[in-house]
Design a protein around this ligand. Structure first.
Ligand SMILES: Cc1cc2nc3c(=O)[nH]c(=O)nc-3n(C[C@H](O)[C@H](O)[C@H](O)COP(=O)(O)OP(=O)(O)OC[C@H]3O[C@@H](n4cnc5c(N)ncnc54)[C@H](O)[C@@H]3O)c2cc1C
Length: 551
C-alpha cells in the first residue's frame, strides 16, 4: 500500500464509546449484503448497516438483467466459456464454474422471495447481451431489473424478526485485534458506536464515484475497499475498472447509462463532424465489446478534440424508438433533446469495479472472522473484464455462501465481548482550512483524465504524485463527518488503483495501457495484490490461455 496511511480514520477509546452486540454484522444492504443476511439461520441475530436508505445501491440501479442458464437449449459450459473469454485469461475457473452452475437455483430463490421477472405465460423471457453466446438474460420491468429484485429482497429482509437494519449509518472502520475482525466502528444517529460481532460480512459495493463520469449512485465511494485496505486485508486486481461506453453527457443531467440495446437496435456512433467512426477501430462496429467501444470513443474524442461523441438514432423509425426507449426519450427530452431527430451526446463512464477484497469460494477473506461478497470483492469470476449481467448473479451466489459460511463459524464461537483496551490515537491536527469538496472534485477529474479508459506510465506517475500529496495534506486534519471519511477512502483506494495500473505493464480486458498495447500472457497471467504495505504478484493456476480475441 503506498504510504500515508493510518490504521483508523478517527480517534476513539473503547472505554468511552457506546457498544452494541450482534451475532453477525453485515456491512452493506445491496443485493450481496441482504442475500447474506437472509442466508443466516433465524436463530442468530443479524445487524445490517447501510450508508443511505436501503433502496440506494448499485443493485437497485441494475438495468439489463441477471444471467443464468434456463433455456434447455443452453448449457452451463457455454456460460462458463463466455465468462472465461470475456475475462481475458484472468478468471479463476473454479469460481466461474461454481457461480454459473448455481445460477438456475439463484433465479428460483429470487422468484421465491417474490421477484417478478418478465415472462410469457409461465416461461421467464430470456434476453441476449454482448459476449453471451445464448439467450440467458433474465430481466424485470423491461430495464429495471435491479429495482424489482431489490423490492422483493428488501421486503423479505424487513419481515425477518432476527434482522435489524441501521439505515443512514456510516461504517468508518473494521475493528480488529490479534485474533482477526471483531466488528466495526459505525457512525449512526450522530453517535459513533462500536458494534461487536462474532463474524462480519463486508458487502459495501463499488467505487464508481472515484471518477468524474460514472453510472454509479452517490453511495459508491469505495468505502469497503478502503476499510479493508486499512485493516490489512488483501485486495487484488485494483487496476480493473470497467467503463460503460455510452453514458449520457449533458451538463447538469444525471449521468444516465444509455443501454447497449440502443446500439443493438441500430444506433450509430458518430463524432462531432457526423463521421461514423467505429469502422476505423473494429469490424463489429457499434456492437464490438464494451471495452473496445469505450477505447474507440476515447481515441475519437482525442482525435477530434471534442468532449464527447454522439449516438445517432435519427434514421430509425421514430415511432419504434418512442415505444422501445421511453425512459431515455424522456431523460433527453428534459434537456431539450429529441432522440428521434437530435444526436445524443455520450461518453464512457466508470461502471463496475472489478478489483477488490480477495475471497475464496465461500467469501472468506485473508482476515479471520471477515467475509466479503459482491462488488467489493475480487472473487475471480470476472477476471480482467466482467461479462454483462454476471454481477447480480455473483452478488446472490456469494452473498448466500458468505452468510452460510459465516454462520457455521459463528455457531462454534463463544458470546461476543468487547475489547476494552482498543484505542486509536491520531497525530496532532492542523487548524489550516482545507476545502474537501475541491479535493474530491479534483480527484474525480484526475482519475477520469489519467486513470480512465486510456492509461500511460507518465500520466499514472503524475496522478500518483498528486494523490499522494492530497493524502499527506489530509492526514493532518481531523475528519469529523461522512464527507471527510469518504474523501479519505477515495484517496486511499485511488492510490492503490494507480499503483496497480502502474505495475501492470500490458493491456488486458478493461486495463488499456496505451504504452503497452498488447496482452502479455507469458508474463501477466498474475494478480497484482496489496496487503498492508506490501505489493506482490500471484500467478494464476497453470491452465492453457484461451483465444480471447473472439469476445
Ligand atoms: C447503472 C447500473 C446498471 C447496472 N446493470 C447491471 C445489470 O444489468 N446486470 C448486472 O449483473 N449488474 C449490473 N450492474 C452492476 C450491479 O448492479 C452491481 O455490481 C451489484 O448490484 C453490486 O451489488 P452489491 O450488493 O455488491 O453492492 P451495492 O448494491 O452497491 O450495495 C452496497 C451497499 O453498501 C452500503 N455501503 C457502502 N459504503 C458504506 C459504508 N461506509 N457504511 C455503510 N454502508 C455502506 C451501501 O449503502 C449499499 O447498501 C449495474 C450497475 C449500475 C451502476
Amino acid at each position: 500500500m503506498p504510504s500515508a496511511s493510518q490504521r483508523y480514520l478517527v480517534e476513539f477509546d473503547a472505554r468511552r464509546l457506546a457498544h452494541r452486540f450482534t451475532d453477525i454484522l453485515v456491512l452493506g444492504g445491496g443485493l450481496a449484503g441482504l442475500q447474506a443476511a437472509l442466508a443466516i439461520p433465524q436463530s442468530m441475530n443479524v445487524l445490517v448497516v447501510t450508508k443511505g436508505p436501503l433502496q440506494q445501491s448499485n443493485s437497485s440501479y441494475a438495468q439489463g438483467g441477471i444471467a443464468s442458464v434456463l433455456d434447455p437449449e443452453d448449457r452451463i459450459e457455454w456460460h462458463v466459456r463466455d465468462t472465461l473469454i470475456a475475462g481475458a485469461n484472468l478468471c479463476d475457473p473454479a469460481a466461474v464454474q461454481m457461480v454459473v452452475s448455481q445460477g438456475p437455483d439463484c433465479i428460483r430463490r429470487l422468484v421465491e422471495l417474490g421477484a417478478n421477472f418478465d415472462s410469457k405465460g409461465s416461461q421467464i423471457t430470456l434476453g441476449r447481451e454482448g459476449g453471451h453466446s445464448h439467450n440467458r438474460i433474465i430481466h424485470a420491468l423491461g430495464d429495471a431489473t435491479g429495482q424489482e429484485i431489490m423490492r422483493a429482497v428488501i421486503a423479505t429482509t424487513l419481515n425477518r424478526p432476527n434482522i435489524d437494519v441501521f439505515e443512514n449509518a456510516f461504517t468508518i472502520d473494521l475493528l480488529t485485534d490479534a485474533t482477526g475482525c471483531r466488528g466495526a466502528l459505525v457512525h449512526y444517529r450522530n453517535e459513533t458506536q462500536m458494534i461487536w460481532a462474532r463474524q462480519t460480512i463486508l458487502a459495501t459495493g463499488g467505487a464508481g464515484q472515484l471518477y468524474r463520469e460514472t453510472t454509479n449512485p452517490a453511495v459508491a465511494t469505495a468505502d469497503g475497499h478502503a476499510i479493508a485496505i486499512r485493516a490489512g486485508v488483501e485486495v487484488r486486481d485494483m487496476e480493473f475498472m470497467q467503463f460503460h461506453p455510452t453514458v449520457l453527457y449533458i451538463a447538469g443531467s444525471s449521468r444516465s447509462l444509455i443501454t447497449e440495446a440502443v446500439r443493438g437496435e441500430g444506433a450509430y456512433l458518430v463524432d462531432k463532424d457526423g463521421y461514423r467512426f467505429m469502422g476505423d477501430y473494429d469490424s463489429r462496429l457499434e456492437l464490438a465489446p464494451r471495452d473496445i467501444v469505450s477505447q474507440a470513443i476515447v481515441a475519437q474524442m482525442e482525435k477530434t478534440h471534442h468532449s464527447n461523441v454522439y449516438l445517432d438514432l435519427s434514421y430509425l423509425n421514430a415511432e419504434f424508438i418512442r415505444e422501445r426507449f421511453p425512459g431515455i426519450l424522456q431523460t433527453c427530452a428534459d434537456f431539450g433533446i429529441d432522440i428521434t431527430r437530435d444526436r445524443v451526446p455520450v461518453r464512457p463512464g466508470a461502471h463496475y469495479m472489478i478489483g477488490g477484497v480477495t475471497v475464496d469460494l465461500d467469501g472468506r477473506t485473508s482476515l479471520p472472522s471477515l467475509w466479503a461478497a459482491g462488488e467489493v470483492t475480487s472473487s475471480g469470476l470476472h477476471g480482467a473484464n466482467r461479462l454483462a449481467s454476471n454481477s447480480l448473479l455473483e452478488g446472490v451466489v456469494y452473498g448466500i455462501r458468505a452468510g452460510q459460511a459465516a454462520s457455521r463459524v459463528a455457531e462454534d464461537l463463544s458470546p461476543v465481548r468487547t475489547v476494552e483496551t482498543l484505542q486509536s490515537r491520531l497525530p496532532p491536527t492542523s487548524n489550516r482550512p482545507i476545502d474537501l469538496v475541491d479535493i474530491r472534485n479534483s480527484l474525480k477529474s484526475l482519475m477520469w483524465r489519467s486513470v480512465g479508459v486510456r492509461r500511460t506510465a507518465s500520466e499514472l506517475e503524475e496522478a500518483s504524485k498528486t494523490v499522494q500529496r492530497w493524502r499527506v495534506s489530509l492526514l493532518t486534519h481531523a475528519l469529523q463527518d461522512a464527507a471527510g471519511w469518504e474523501l479519505r477512502n477515495m484517496l486511499d483506494v485511488a492510490a492503490v488503483m494507480i499503483a496497480a495500473a502502474q505495475q501492470r505493464t500490458e493491456s488486458r480486458g478493461v486495463h488499456w495501457r496505451a504504452d503497452h498495447p498488447k496482452q502479455d500472457d507469458a508474463h501477466w497471467r498474475q494478480h497484482v495484490c496489496f496487503r498492508g504495505h506490501e505489493t506482490y504478484l500471484r500467478p494464476l493456476p497453470a491452465t492453457e490461455p484461451l483465444d480471447t480475441s473472439a469476445v
